[in-house]
Each structure stands twice: as C-alpha cells, then as structure tokens.
Design a protein around this ligand. Structure first.
Ligand SMILES: [Mg+2]
Length: 262
C-alpha cells in the first residue's frame, strides 16, 4: 500500500536517517504540469530555485522521455545529471552514456517517421516529435471523437514493424512512443547510475507520474523510496495527489538536507 507522502514526512525522515540520499526526478507531470503541447512544459522559477538548492545537497538526476538536448535546454542547471530518452542518453559532469540501439532500429524508426508524419494531415492536433533515439506521437490536442480512428491508423502503420520485433510501442499520457526494441528503460538507467561515482551506496528517492516510471519504482523497491505523482498507486512507496504537491516534497528535502548539514 502506498502512503500519502505529505501525511508521512516524519516517517520518511525516520527512514532516511543516517542514509546517503540521491534524487531521481521525472520532468513532465512531475516537475512541470502536463500541458497540451510538449514544448510548453516549463519549470517555474520556484521549482528551479528548489532544484538549485537540492543539487548542492544531493546527487540529483532529472530523468525524462524527452531527448537529452531538449531536457538540458529546459532545465539548464549546473551539477545535475540529465537522463534523456528514458535514460538511453545520460549526461553529467562526471559521466556520460549513450545507449547504442543498433543501425537496424535506427533505419526502421526513420522509415516509420516518414509515414507517421502524414498523420497530422488527417488528424488535426496530432504532433509528431522526433527525439532521435525514439519517436513520439502526441494526441492530447486531438478531438476526443477522433482518438479511436487515430489509434487504429497508428496501429496499422506500426503493427507490421511491431510484429517483426523491429520496434516497441509504449503508451504514456496521450502519447504513443515508438522505441527501438532494446531492453532499456528508466529502471535500467537508474540501476546504471546507482553504480556511478557519487551515487554508489545511496538511497535513491525516485518521483514520477507515468507508466514509464514504474520500471524505476521496481528497481528502487526495498533499496530506495518511490513516489508516484497523481494518485494512490500500488507499486510506489508513497504518492502525491497532484503535480503541484511535488514542490512540498522538494522543499522538505531541502530542509531535511540543510538540517543534516548543520
Ligand atoms: Mg512524466
């Protein structure tokens, strides 16, 4: 059973006692509210200030399905670790990593990209986002009556490649993501980072709001704390009721870290 975090901060404090902590924070829907167009998701001044304070206290990762460059451009705070494309591209001052998806997968994504680009012509509001390693098809702005026919057409286009194991398709909040068929996800990326300098032997606190964050929740189970943003969630240790409660967690972590440093 996941606990409502804001009523259990003392419990979390007791749990973290004597432990070195690292932070893993998802971007969209966790650090920023979900917005209609993905390019609109910006950090508030307050959240930026909190992140600046936190990076001085804990090794901190911003992890996202966004392309790495996009993520860095949006957050642009020094000292953070940036994990883009669900952790397939990682950049920090200490270490970097690019997951090699293979040329076959790259070719297939390119081919699908050129076909999927035609979708917004028949389905107004659909946005195709080429993230290099992966491809996103957003339909948040699509008329709700159009969702079914759109999904059918999307499946028709991607189905054959899916069946042949050339790509994987995952679903997020009003977005389909076409990904290379590799066994790598946010959880694997967290595992990898926890072996890096500064992160070794830390107790990770992972906060996320999406389907793709569940892989990371599983990885930190028992050796860290997970926070699902949005509702009570089986599989996460804690939950927050809404995105705007995330700042309470960040603030608490800031005070907790400062108190400790004294
Ligand atoms: Mg998210």
């Amino acid at each position: 059973m996941s606990k409502y975090l804001l009523k259990n901060l003392d419990y979390l404090g007791a749990l973290l006692k004597g432990k070195a902590i690292s932070l893993f924070l998802d971007y969209d829907g966790t650090l920023t509210p979900i917005v209609g167009r993905p390019e609109g998701a910006r950090l508030t001044y307050q959240t930026k200030e909190l992140l600046r304070a936190l990076v001085r206290l804990y090794p901190t990762v911003i992890i996202s399905g966004r392309a790495l460059d996009d993520l860095i451009e949006r957050v642009s705070i020094k000292g953070l670790v940036y994990a883009g494309n669900h952790g397939m591209e990682i950049f920090s001052e200490g270490f970097t990593m690019v997951f090699d998806t293979g040329s076959g997968a790259r070719e297939e994504l390119k081919r699908l990209n050129s076909i999927l680009r035609g979708l917004p012509r028949s389905f107004r509001g659909v946005i195709i986002e080429d993230k290099g390693v992966t491809l996103c098809v957003h339909y948040r702005l699509l008329d709700s009556r159009e969702v079914k026919p759109f999904a059918r057409e999307f499946m028709e286009i991607t189905g054959p490649s899916l069946e042949r194991g050339l790509v994987r398709v995952t679903e997020g909040k009003k977005v389909f993501e076409v990904r290379p068929p590799v066994f790598w996800h946010k959880g694997k990326a967290v595992e990898w980072m926890l072996k890096r300098r500064g992160f070794r032997a830390t107790w990770p606190i992972y906060a996320g709001d999406d389907e793709t964050d569940r892989d990371a929740f599983r990885v930190v189970k028992g050796t860290g704390s997970s926070v699902f943003v949005g509702s009570a969630e089986r599989g996460a240790d804690f939950y927050l009721k809404a995105q705007d409660e995330v700042k309470n967690l960040l603030n608490w972590l800031k005070e907790f870290g400062r108190e400790r440093a004294r």
